[in-house]
Design a protein around this ligand. Structure first.
Ligand code: SF4
Ligand code: SF4
Length: 393
């Protein structure tokens, strides 16, 4: 039984309708001294309004430059259970599919070598194992790697790629998001485990523009499944939908490009003006389906507001076939990384570099042709400049 602490401030966080991390730490504290001391330590941090965590040198496992994030308490005498509290990132499976026995096995190992606390999943997508002592890192890694798991990325490296569950369960997937996530992970093992970039680089793969994993806002490179050609329309099913929904209000008027028409009987789409937002397809699943030629749009540059402000990704390739062995895709990524390596400052994300040196320069140096679909935001074209007489006209 771990030491008991009074935690009035933490107790407040158990109130309310949402799941609470405090409740989970208290459960873990029933059989883990580390989790017990974590409660006392966190309460003190809240009370004093100051963090008592500190970084204290590089920790990791042999042969890997990342995957473990070192964390120490600056008051170890008071809370010896959290004197070391390192985080271990384990590469999650594509689509986040686990068997319950695999999860149980990992949890048992973490009870043995760590605090018992996990976070599924971190914002990158890894399985995150919270709270280990330095001397337990190698034995834990030996056990998980002998069962086929590997560490994820951390630091200035390619981070663990992640994606939606794609074709395994979702009828809207235009690309095999799970296969692509896995292929990128295998292809760039060195870039993930041996940090050599100016800063972090994340890939996220969404099977369609619904983008359930929010790749457009969270990945340095977003790979989003799309299609070429016309949306397939089943007019009989359109007529069925018309019996139960207001197609004009819910579909036609909501189309962001205004490219749809419905005369009460027949639906028409001006596909040359469709921006593949998926709204109509997602609302009328039986009547509308994407075109038959499938591929992906590549976008570059989004990030959370860590060093400078948040950025959304820009389209850099409107359509690419994402089929094995993905040579065209990997050639482009290698060129982009080379450009970033040559020009990027320390801790400068690729999106920030594009903004600093301009999108035009990026396209020229990487060898991509400008295209009207390369929008930074709707209705704004980053590389075309209007002359004054154009505006007057
Ligand atoms: Fe399905 Fe698209 Fe969501 Fe992937 S992003 S799960 S394909 S709706
Ligand atoms: Fe309009 Fe979006 Fe449907 Fe295209 S996918 S027709 S832009 S609602």
């Amino acid at each position: 039984m771990s030491k008991k602490y009074d935690t009035p401030l933490l107790d407040e966080l158990e109130k309310g309708p949402f799941p609470s991390f405090v409740k989970e730490i208290k459960l873990a504290a029933k059989h883990s001294d580390m989790s017990g001391d974590l409660l006392g330590h966190t309460e003190l941090c809240f009370k004093e309004r100051v963090t008592h965590w500190k970084h204290g040198g590089i920790v990791g496992v042999r042969g890997y430059g990342g995957g473990v994030i070192g964390r120490y308490s600056d008051i170890p005498d008071k809370f010896p259970g959290v004197a070391h509290f390192h985080t271990v990132r384990v590469n999650s499976p594509s689509g986040f599919y686990y068997t319950s026995s695999a999860l149980k096995e990992m949890c048992d190992l973490w009870d043995k070598y760590g605090s018992g606390l996990t976070n599924m999943h971190g914002s990158t997508g890894d399985m995150v194992f919270l709270g280990a002592r330095t001397e337990n890192l190698e034995p834990f890694f030996a056990e998980v790697s002998s069962r086929g798991w590997d560490l994820g990325g951390s630091g200035s490296a390619m981070r663990t790629p992640s994606g939606c569950l794609g074709m395994s369960r979702c009828e809207w997937a235009n690309i095999d998001a799970m296969a692509i996530t896995n292929d990128i992970t295998q292809h760039y093992q060195d870039e993930m485990h041996r940090p050599a970039f100016p800063y972090k680089f994340k890939f996220k793969v969404a099977g369609c523009p619904v983008d359930c994993i929010a790749s457009i806002a969270r990945a340095d490179m977003s790979i989003i499944g799309t299609w070429k050609g016309d949306i397939r329309i089943n007019q009989d099913e359109v007529a069925n939908y018309a019996k139960t929904m207001d197609i004009k209000a819910e579909i036609i008027d909501m189309c962001p490009t205004g490219c749809m028409q419905f005369d009460g009987k027949t639906m028409k789409i001006d596909n040359s003006n469709c921006n593949r937002c998926m709204h109509c397809i997602a609302k009328m699943t039986k009547a509308l389906r994407p075109g038959t030629e499938k591929g992906a749009t590549l976008l570059l540059g989004s990030k959370a507001p860590i060093v400078t402000g948040a950025l959304m990704s820009w389209v850099i390739v409107p359509f690419i076939k994402m089929e094995p062995p993905y040579d065209e895709f990997y050639d482009l990524v290698d060129k982009i990384w080379e450009w970033w390596d040559e020009n990027g400052k320390n801790r400068e994300r690729i999106g920030e570099l594009m903004e600093r040196l301009t999108f035009t320069r990026f396209l020229k140096d990487v060898g991509l042709d400008p295209h009207p679909a390369m929008v930074k935001e709707p209705r704004r074209d980053p590389f075309f400049f209007w002359a004054e007489e154009d505006i007057e006209r």
